[in-house]
Design a protein around this ligand. Structure first.
Ligand code: HEM
Length: 406
């Protein structure tokens, strides 16, 4: 995780420089829902295979990857929920039209094509000696090299299709989450002046007492020094979970017995919970379950633990999100860096800058029109500078533990 932190910072810095030149200096509003997603895609592709795809540099949806991916997610939403559609699309006669392949330009095909290119580029660069093979444990060892180094139980390398699918998972699973969750955060805190002021004051105090590195905080610093900000993230993700959809599981004989309303559920049955609904359960969160109240996470640590138990932000059990710690790192670092550098305001509602809204895109909730204005802040005196950054001697496990409760 700590090795990834440097890469995350490199991408946040580039992103903020771009926001400076394209929006802050010319005093133009920007849609955070779009620019948060650009940051996310570039960072994930940098961490995944050292090739940021250039969403931030170009300020565009490179090769329409985001559009294609999101269109694929809509189909996936239907296929994953209505099993009859799945049966039809996977029928031997129709399968070839719908199977995801790099040859298609629709659905996920365009993303698969990019995955194939990423693998081909790395293989060629290694063969031609243009890059030195990254070694495990070194800073440049990325997910792609890990996939290329993986061996089957029989000792064979993974075939190209399997590696492409793994790259596809990184491109797909990892990309919309940060954009969606950080948009929810900004939509909630910026529409509540008291909450925004409290977030900024907490941050200012932490900077002035040198608890937070300037201009980009470490993951651990945010977890330790900004409890109210962290509670805002938790609360925004509670009310607007990325996967506001059913998360199905088939009950196996190995699972513990499940009894619902006095009825024992037999094995082989599919069970599912929807985070959107369970996160609004008044029996768990109280009569104000529908309201944005970050304070609920701070009042009593025992109660907060109890709420956590029922939280499905990252899913649960064996299918829990594998990118959770990386995503949390992004969510802790990028919004705080933005709030430290700028006064962030939601734009007045106009036809050009409508108010934020979200809707389901297949299984994922996506945000739109999170229009904000950024104004440069005078630096807060007392901040600790980048070069004196200190992770308090916390290793990966401790850093992860600091956010485990999030
Ligand atoms: C704020 C960001 C994110 C949120 C809210 C989120 C949420 C989720 C949720 C709810 C699931 C389903 C879990 C279940 O079925 O119980 C999931 C699965 C997954 N996520 Fe994330 N995710 C985020 C970011 C990421 C990132 C950045 C990556 C990778 C770099 C990632 C990789 C995955 C993978 C591989 C799975 C499938 C796990 C499995 O089925 O074994 N996610 N995520």
């Amino acid at each position: 995780m700590q090795r990834m932190e440097g890469l995350v910072e490199r991408n946040i810095t580039k992103w903020m420089n771009k926001l400076d030149t394209d929006f802050v200096e010319p005093k133009k509003p920007l849609d955070f829902a779009v620019w948060g997603t650009f940051l996310s895609y570039d960072t994930i592709t940098d961490v995944g295979f050292r090739t940021p795809l250039g969403f931030v540099d170009t300020g565009t949806d490179v090769d329409n990857l985001i559009r294609i991916f999101q269109a694929g997610m809509r189909l996936l939403g239907a296929v994953g929920r209505v099993y009859t559609i799945f049966d039809v699309l996977t029928h031997p006669r129709l399968k070839r039209y719908f199977q995801v392949s790099p040859e298609q330009n629709i659905w996920f095909g365009g993303v698969m094509k990019r995955a194939r290119q990423v693998l081909a580029d790395r293989t060629k660069a290694l063969e031609e000696g243009r890059v030195v093979k990254p070694e495990k444990g070194n800073d440049d060892y990325d997910f792609l090299q890990a996939f290329m180094d993986t061996r089957t139980p029989e000792g064979h390398v993974l075939d190209a299709e399997t590696i492409q699918s793994e790259i596809f998972v990184i491109l797909g699973a990892g990309s919309d989450g940060f954009g969606s969750s950080s948009s929810a955060l900004f939509a909630e805190i910026l529409s509540r002046p008291t909450t925004y002021t409290r977030v900024v004051e907490e941050l200012r105090t932490a900077v002035q007492s040198s608890q937070i590195t300037h201009p980009i905080p470490t993951y651990t610093e945010v977890a330790k020094s900004l409890p109210f900000f962290c509670a805002c993230i938790r609360e925004a993700m509670r009310l607007h979970p990325l996967a506001s959809t059913l998360l199905p599981r088939v009950l196996t004989p190995l699972d513990p017995e499940i009894v619902i309303n006095g009825r024992r559920i037999p094995t082989g049955i599919e069970l599912a919970a929807n985070p959107w609904i369970s996160h609004r359960d008044k029996a768990v969160y109280g009569p104000d379950a529908e309201e944005f109240k970050p304070e609920r996470w701070l009042a009593d640590p025992t109660k907060a633990k109890e709420l956590e138990k029922y939280n499905l932000i990252w899913g649960t059990g064996s299918r829990v999100c594998l990118g959770k710690h990386f995503a949390m790192m992004m969510l802790y670092k990028a919004p705080v860096a933005l709030l430290m550098a700028y006064d962030v305001r939601l734009c007045r509602e106009t036809p050009q800058t409508p108010k934020p809204w979200s809707r389901m895109n297949g299984p994922a909730r996506l945000w739109h029109d999170v229009w904000i204005n950024l104004t440069k802040r005078e630096p807060w005196v007392g901040g600790r500078e980048e070069q004196t950054k200190d992770t308090e001697g916390m290793g990966n496990d401790a850093a992860a533990a600091a956010v485990e409760s999030t």
